[in-house]
Structure formats: C-alpha cells, structure tokens
Design a protein around this ligand. Structure first.
Ligand code: FAD
Length: 440
C-alpha cells in the first residue's frame, strides 16, 4: 500500500476518505480499471447513457493517485506537439474536428463541474504561450495562422505593452493567447468525479490492484482477493498500463516534475503583473508550465522529462536536479520571487507516443475491451471526456467520435530495451539541444 498524500500538493491538501478494497467476487456489465480521469469518465458517461449498466471501478491505490491527482491542472485543447504540427501531420480536414472536439472537452469539464457541483477551484482564464525572443515569436505567429485555419478566431498575439499588461516576465517578449483553457485543482476534480459516479450507482473499489485479465465473451479480471466477471472492460491505466503488459510497443512512460511556492504575499503577487491568471506554457520543445493556485501559490513545472530504463512508473517521483533547475528558471522569469520559499516538489508519469497523439481503441481484436491512453502530458481535458469515446467504441462504433484522428490510429512503434532507452533519449537529447541553442 502506497501513501498518496505526498504524491502532490493537491492530494495532500484536503482530507480524503478511502473506499474499501474489493473483497468478494463480483459480476458486472462494465469493469473499469483505473480511478483517474479516464476511468472515472468512462464510469460517468457510460452510466449516464446506459443507466441499467452495472459498473465497478477498480483502483490500484486511491482515486487520483496517478497523473490525475498530480498534474498542473491545465484543462487545455492541445493535441499533438503543437497546433502547427497537428495541421502539418494530419491536414486541416482531420485536424479541425479533432481540435474542435478538444475545445469541447475543455467546455465539458466546466459543465461537468457545474452539473455535479464539484468544488475544484476551476478558473476559465485561457492560456498564454510565451516567446523569449523574436525567433520564438515568429513560431507563435506560425501557430496563430494555424489556429485560424482551424476556425479558432479568439486567439491573439500579444507583444510590447499588450504583453506587459498581462505578465511581468523578465525573460519573455510576447505571447500567444488562447481563450480555451481552464485551470483547476485536479485532486478535487478526481474526488468530485468519484462522488458523482457513486451518486449514479457505480461501485468504486480502492486499494484494488488488477493483476491480469482474460479476454472472452465474459472478461475475467483478477485482483488479490476477488475476481470480477464483466461483459465489457475499459482500461483507464495510462502510463501504468505497462504493468498489465498491454500495448507496450507503442508508448513510453516518462516523468514530468513540478515545484510549488508558499502562498505569495501581496508584494510578490503584484510583482508578477499576472492580471488575468491564465495558465502559461512557453514555446520551448521541453516546455515550462506555470499557473497560480486558488491560494496564490505559483506552480512551476516541466523543463525536462526523463524516461527511466525498463518502463519504470514507481519510485521516481522526485528529481532533485530538475527541481533545482525549475527553481532557477522560476527566479529568472520572476526576479520579484527571489526570496520566496518552495513548499512542495513532486512528479508523476505520463504516457508518450512517438507521434505525440493519444490512442483510443479495442484491446487486440476484442470488441468488448476498450482503452484510451497516451495523452502525451496533455490529457486533463481529453481524459475527462474519454468516457464518451469509450461508450461509442462499445455501443456506437460507427459514430463521428470513433472517426477522430486519435481513435483506431497508428501512433508509431518503439523497440524493446535497450534500444527503447537509446531511442527515447536520442529524441529527447535532440529536443534539449534545440532548446539550448534557441532558448538563449
Ligand atoms: C506532473 C504532471 C503534470 C501534468 N500536467 C498536466 C496539465 O497541466 N494538463 C494536462 O492536460 N495534462 C497534464 N498531465 C497529464 C494528465 O494528468 C494525464 O494525461 C491524465 O491525468 C491521464 O489520466 P488517466 O486517468 O488516463 O491516467 P492516471 O491519472 O494516471 O490514472 C491511472 C490510474 O490507474 C490506476 N491503475 C494503474 N494500473 C492499475 C491496475 N493494474 N489496477 C488498478 N488500478 C490501476 C493508477 O493507480 C491510477 O490511479 C500531467 C501529468 C503529470 C504526471
């Protein structure tokens, strides 16, 4: 049993009552593995659309233990590396419906929060993508043109006084503003989604690791004390899927890390000039991401994303070198925070695919076993709506959602170790070198 309270600021900040593990054999219509946004969304939307389904969620630790309780809390429409990449790789005809669905996911998260009265400090303030110098700003201009091609007319480029009116960063000259991003407290959202599915009649079992499953017309799901027999199985295990020995050849678990300050005092807060409290990323390849919390702490994450040999997903939640680098970068962006204390440091695994897009599909050829995963570090919006796609894969397989570019898609193939480690690090080193050469 792993303690979860220090896995992120969010998971430890509010008290939480765990559910009991599964202790007896169970027969259900749908068994969901994983109590993150994907699993809870599957339970939520399938139960909403098919109230007669008997549904159980099995979570290895507690709800939100994985990325869903540790993330930066940006619910954003980004799919793929960036918008320019998305258009280039898939063409506008395929990119447009996919991006529009992503925007609808951000809006739907807000609707879900309101409908289920989930207190998760959601602020729909948009996103700023920062440019350090003219060359990066030209990249943003390129992205801006691509947003327009996809019909996103609310996007703006900000420079000079317009930029300074939004943020006082000592390291940046301008930004692209996209109105379609919300920031939220992810652990509160995970726990609120758990309460919402329970209200609908879904059973949620925590501290219930699934060790294996056997496909068939009835799927048999094994846990330490009991077996679940289900007509349908939905996997919401994202980076942790490696432990089930599933889909291992097309994604890698990689870690991203975050530091968080104590609540800023008035002087520190006003030195930021962050008037509209947007979520922020920069235009690097290995991005920084930053935001304010409800109690005015600064969350500052990213910078690097290690892969640990052999697909490790546990025991790597801290990286002192990256924490120190993040603190240096934070103080370079905001010299007014030179004296501020860092109160929390944490990390967690995300699942990256080679083509940088997620994948929703059937497991092997089993039409009663579905999954959604590989969100590439940008899964809050999509995983929170994942249940709609998983529903259609099971019950409406020709729907428009199943034709989106991240359903039944090829996402690249990765070799086994040691070549996997070499390939991932070669790609990452080239990104790091690009940032080193262009981010000065
Ligand atoms: C530090 C960090 C920052 C991030 N920041 C952002 C951000 O700001 N915006 C954004 O869009 N995305 C962000 N992401 C990514 C985002 O959090 C994920 O894409 C999203 O939460 C994925 O949700 P999920 O439910 O698919 O997976 P997870 O939340 O990882 O949930 C998987 C769950 O399955 C459980 N599980 C695994 N194996 C088993 C098993 N065998 N039996 C039972 N249960 C099992 C795990 O315990 C876990 O609770 C971030 C991720 C991290 C780690």
């Amino acid at each position: 049993m792993t303690e979860y309270q220090d896995k992120s600021f969010w998971l430890g900040a509010t008290p939480y009552a765990e559910n009991a593990p599964l202790a007896e054999d169970l027969e259900v219509d749908l068994c969901v593995v994983g109590g993150g946004f994907t699993g809870l969304s599957a339970a939520y939307y399938l139960k909403k659309k098919k109230p007669d389904l008997k549904i159980a969620v099995l979570e290895n630790e507690v709800v939100g233990y994985g990325a869903s309780g540790r993330n930066g809390g940006f619910s954003m429409p980004l799919l793929g590396w960036n918008i320019t990449y998305l258009n280039w790789a898939y063409g506008e005809e395929r990119a447009k419906p996919a991006h529009q669905f992503m925007v609808s996911c951000v809006k739907r998260t807000k609707e879900l929060v309101e409908a289920e009265k989930i207190d998760c400090d959601l602020e729909y303030n948009g996103l700023l993508v920062l440019a350090r110098h003219e060359r990066q700003f030209r990249g943003l201009e390129h992205d801006y043109d691509n947003y327009l091609k996809l019909g996103m007319t609310g996007v703006k480029l900000l420079k000079g006084d317009d930029f300074k009116a939004r943020l006082h960063s000592a390291a940046h000259i301008g930004a692209l503003y996209d109105p379609e991003t919300a920031i939220l407290n992810p652990a509160k959202l995970s726990r609120g989604m758990k309460t919402a599915v329970e209200r609908l009649g879904v059973k949620v079992f925590e501290r219930t690791p699934v060790s294996s499953f056997e496909p068939g017309p009835t799927v048999t799901v094994k846990t330490p004390k009991a077996t679940v027999r289900a007509k349908y199985l939905a996997l919401g295990t994202n980076a942790f899927t490696v432990r089930l020995n599933v889909n291992k050849n097309w994604y890698v678990p990689m870690f991203t890390y975050i530091i968080m300050t104590e609540p800023l005092n008035e002087k520190q807060y006003s030195s930021l000039g962050w008037t509209k409290r947007e979520g922020i990323e920069d235009h690097r390849q290995l991005v920084h991401y930053l935001r304010l919390t409800a109690d005015n702490r600064l969350l500052f994450g990213g910078r690097d994303a290690p892969y640990y040999y052999g697909n490790q997903v546990e025991g790597k939640d801290r990286h002192e070198g990256i924490f120190a680098g993040l603190e240096r970068d934070m103080k370079e962006f905001f010299p007014g925070l030179a004296e501020v204390k860092i109160s929390h440091r944490w990390g967690g695994p995300v699942a990256l695919t080679l083509l940088m897009v997620p994948k929703f599909d059937y497991y092997s050829d089993h039409k009663n076993i579905v999954y959604g995963m590989g969100y590439c570090g940008h899964g809050v919006a999509l995983s929170t709506s994942a249940g709609l796609i998983l529903h259609d894969l099971l019950f409406d397989p020709e729907s428009d959602l199943t034709k989106l570019l991240f359903v039944h898609n090829f996402v690249g193939a990765l070799p086994p170790e040691p070549f996997r480690w070499m390939a991932v690090n070669a790609i990452k080193d080239s990104l790091r070198l690009y940032d080193y050469l262009t981010d000065a």
